[in-house]
Write a protein that binds this ligand. Structure first.
Ligand code: PA5
Ligand code: NI
Length: 191
């Protein structure tokens, strides 16, 4: 990997840069236990292990001082009443931030920190979201037909800690009820 300035285009001619190092495809089965309606999850999985989201990474050495960039694409769809979403994670090095730039689609970023604070920010094209150090984050696509497409950049040594979220999920879940979007409490946090 060369240490030399580089450029790439995101919108021209395609939203995915012409050179990416890694293409991650995450299917429904990787989100077991995360959706509110577990029966809807299992029924859907029995039919097909649907692709929920994809990530294209532009790699750099995973050391302090470097930055990792990429594109995240969350597809439209629902499990029961709940919108498709990413697994979500803390960074392994908790004191690392991340910037997201929404390029297309609509949705939310659900966030929380170990101190018990939480936040939900709307994502729409042109919007920049700063996720501070210590905040776990999950992207959610709420469009009926369009992908939620974001560009992200974060410290290359940050790492992903999925375990904490896999155990209990986030405090808030995003569902559709009678054609409107609602934020509901995750029952796993209220036992
Ligand atoms: O580091 C990030 O926040 C992104 O690159 C995410 O990894 C990406 O959006 C996919 O989400 P997750 O890593 O939670 O599966
Ligand atoms: Ni992250």
């Amino acid at each position: 990997m060369k240490d030399f300035p580089m450029v790439f285009d995101l919108l021209n001619p395609e939203i995915i840069p012409s050179h990416v190092d890694n293409h991650i495809i995450r299917k429904l089965s990787s989100l077991r236990g995360q959706f509110y309606d577990n029966k809807a999850f299992e029924d859907m999985l029995a039919i097909e292990d649907t692709v929920i989201y994809e990530v294209y990474e532009i790699k750099r050495p995973e050391v302090a001082g470097e930055m990792l960039m990429g594109i995240s694409i969350v597809h439209p769809g629902k499990v029961g009443q709940e919108f498709f979403m990413t697994k979500g994670h803390y960074h392994t090095i908790l004191e690392t931030a991340e910037v997201y730039y929404c390029m297309r689609g609509e949705g939310f970023m659900v966030m929380e920190n170990p101190e018990g604070e939480f936040s939900i920010e709307c994502l729409s094209p042109g919007r920049v979201l700063y996720v501070p150090p210590r905040w776990a984050h999950r992207s959610i696509c709420t469009s009926r037909q369009d992908d939620l497409i974001t560009f992200f950049v974060y410290p290359a040594d940050a790492g992903h800690d999925y375990g904490t979220i896999e155990d209990r999920g986030f405090h808030k879940m995003v569902i559709e009820k009678q054609n409107s979007i609602e934020f509901i409490d995750n029952p796993k946090w209220n036992k």
